[in-house]
Design a protein around this ligand. Structure first.
Ligand code: HEC
Length: 174
């Protein structure tokens, strides 16, 4: 019955490792795994319609805002590592809860939103557990159009940080 003993030892090791990874504070060792629950919201966008806002909240806000909804499994390692890593990276690239999310010209920003929405956002792995975020082509176009009109208006009204208002004005659009 050697195999039985081995199986028991293996199962024991798996359980012990599972418990250990829950206890070890990975965020203390890796900045990219440091969970910043939901930092204060510094800027709230009034989207052009409730539909635009709903689409963004469903498909993008978990990683691109400070209003992340953290499900229970996002607290269980090793899944938590993947979630925290994505949220940190997503926020670092684009955070709608801050007024400085345009890094460059408005035109480039809007084209980036369009390209990513049509090609690789939300990331595939996110869709596994958020099927509702798998937008139809029509919803994607609606989301892009809503972002275009809302953000263009914000820049025109100089609502985004001063640098952006001066550097990415609609004058560059052609
Ligand atoms: C599961 C988290 C997650 C979700 C949900 C998500 N993104 Fe992202 N997004 C990321 C990460 C991480 C990056 C950084 C680039 C990369 O690793 O692909 C990124 C990058 C981007 C970029 C590029 C920004 C830059 O400056 O490089 C855009 C634009 C973007 N996302 C738009 C969206 C839009 C629009 C949605 C919703 C339709 C969305 N994302 C949903 C995680 C996410």
């Amino acid at each position: 019955m050697v195999w039985r003993k081995r199986a028991l030892i293996l199962a024991g090791l798996i359980v012990v490792s599972f418990v250990l990874i829950q206890i070890i504070p990975m965020g203390a060792f890796f900045d990219s795994l440091k969970r910043d629950e939901n930092p204060p919201i510094e800027f709230t966008i009034q989207w052009d319609s409730t539909e635009t806002e709903a689409l963004l909240r469903t498909a993008c806000y978990d990683c691109h805002s400070n209003e992340t909804v953290w499900p229970w499994y996002s607290y269980v390692a090793p899944v938590s590592w993947l979630v925290v890593y994505d949220v940190n990276k997503g926020r670092a690239h684009l955070n709608f809860s801050q007024d400085n999310f345009i890094d460059g010209s408005l035109v480039d920003f809007l084209n980036d939103i369009e390209w990513h929405t049509e090609n690789n956002m939300p990331p595939r792995k996110y869709l596994l557990l958020h099927p509702e975020a798998n937008l139809t082509d029509e919803q994607r176009s609606q989301l892009v159009a809503g972002v275009r009109s809302t953000i263009t208006a914000l820049v025109e009204d100089k609502q985004l940080s001063e640098y952006q208002a001066e550097n990415s004005g609609t004058g560059e659009m052609n």
